[in-house]
Design a protein around this ligand. Structure first.
Ligand SMILES: Nc1ncnc2c1ncn2[C@@H]1O[C@H](COP(=O)(O)OP(=O)(O)OP(=O)(O)O)[C@@H](O)[C@H]1O
Ligand SMILES: [Mg+2]
Length: 370
């Protein structure tokens, strides 16, 4: 929404009666407003689009064009413009209908110069308040975001330091530590790692939201990124006795993307598959493409997600309650994944059957290099 600043407010009048146009123009110009006008509805819409006035008076009854339609179009297209209908005495009902469609006020005919000036003043005051409220809302959002980023940043470095101290403590006091003392240190380390992951996730999310997350889009082939994330996770899979395999076509087309964030997308999804699949299970990653998209499907034979919970898994902090709850997590992994997919104009969907497994289907627009 733009601010009128100190320049005089611009008023548009659309009315088929020339005498009304002249009367309004005189009354408003005398007060210092800039007035543009049209006696034709279609031309009036064009004028509104070109001039972006602060306020518009629109006659409801015009030959060949309904004022109601103009109200509907302008209120959708230009929510910053205050719309006021000019109505005949007997048409209060249509004035009410116009206000439902987005008009702010109405001016019944006939009216005096003072009346149109009063309605204009009220409409412009309403506009300034709306602009101010919008500015405050944006400011509040910005402050909330930077606060979260600030707190996460400030937490991250002491956390890393404490983790390093524990590491050192284990090295220097190794043989002096009793079994139970070592157990407590291990527990502390696990908790610290979760907190560290949470802070990292949170920082990633706020970086995406404030637009400072890496957005270097380069042409790339997904095979390499998928293979790299499988490689990163294979020690964990081995420990959990889960097999992992990938299949694809040799001539996969390129997509436009950011290598680092896409690697995190796959490590998050495959990491989940590893976390929520019991020993002996299997993870399969398959890749394919058609003329328009490149597809990656990641399936596991894990615990599955109940169908009533499935719509929420991309929401921040959402975790399915149940036996998998013992697995540590912040519930931010998939929120991050979804945002990165959106930033790549990609799509992600999940399907799942409890006790059978889950499949995450990703699709990316295929890149055609000219
Ligand atoms: N492959 C899967 N199989 C079963 N449940 C899953 C799977 N992937 C995700 N979920 C469910 O969706 C929830 C949200 O996943 P998400 O990755 O966002 O969070 P998380 O894994 O709990 O924590 P983290 O932030 O560490 O990733 C999980 O808690 C889990 O309940
Ligand atoms: Mg996760």
């Amino acid at each position: 929404m733009e601010d009128s600043g100190t320049s005089p407010a611009q008023i548009l009048i659309i009315d088929d009666e020339e005498s009304i146009l002249d009367g309004c123009r005189q009354a408003l110009e005398k007060t210092g407003y800039v007035v543009v006008s049209s006696s034709d509805g279609h031309e009036g819409i064009g004028l509104a689009r070109a001039k972006k006035p602060d306020l518009a008076f629109i006659d409801l009854k015009m030959p060949g064009c309904s004022g109601m339609d103009i109200i509907e179009i302008l209120s959708k297209e230009m929510p910053g413009v205050v719309l006021i209908v000019i109505t005949g005495y007997a048409s209060i009902v249509s004035a009410v209908e116009a206000m439902k469609k987005g008009a702010y006020d109405y001016l019944p005919k006939p009216f005096t110069p003072d009346q149109i000036r009063a309605v204009t003043k009220r409409g412009l005051e309403h506009r300034s308040l709306k602009i101010e409220a919008e500015r405050l809302r944006e400011e509040k959002e910005r402050m909330e975001r930077s606060f979260i980023t600030f707190v996460s940043h400030e937490m991250r470095s002491p956390l890393v330091t404490i983790m390093q101290y524990f590491e050192t403590l284990k090295v220097i006091a190794d043989s002096d530590l009793s079994e139970s003392a070592r157990d407590i240190i291990d527990r502390c380390e696990k908790r610290l790692q979760s907190l560290h992951d949470l802070v990292d996730h949170w920082l990633d999310l706020s970086r995406i939201e404030d637009g400072s997350f890496s957005e270097a889009r380069i042409p790339l082939v997904l095979n390499e990124i998928v293979e790299k994330s499988i490689e990163e996770l294979s020690p964990l899979c081995q420990r959990r006795e889960i097999s992992i395999e990938s299949s694809g076509r040799a001539d996969m087309p390129k997509i436009l993307g950011d290598q680092e964030s896409l690697l995190r997308v796959f490590t998050n999804i495959i990491g989940n598959a590893t976390k929520y699949t019991p020993p002996g299970g299997k993870i399969s990653v398959s890749m394919d493409y058609d003329d328009y998209y490149v597809y990656v499907n990641i399936s596991d034979t894990g615990s599955g997600i109940p169908s009533d919970k499935l719509p929420f898994i991309f929401e921040p902090f959402f975790r399915v309650k149940g036996k998998d709850e013992r697995q540590k997590g912040s519930g931010l992994g998939l929120t991050f994944v979804k945002k990165i997919m959106d930033a790549h104009t990609g799509k992600i969907e999940a399907s799942s059957k409890v006790g059978v497994g889950s499949t995450f289907s990703l699709k990316f627009p295929r890149l055609y290099e000219l």
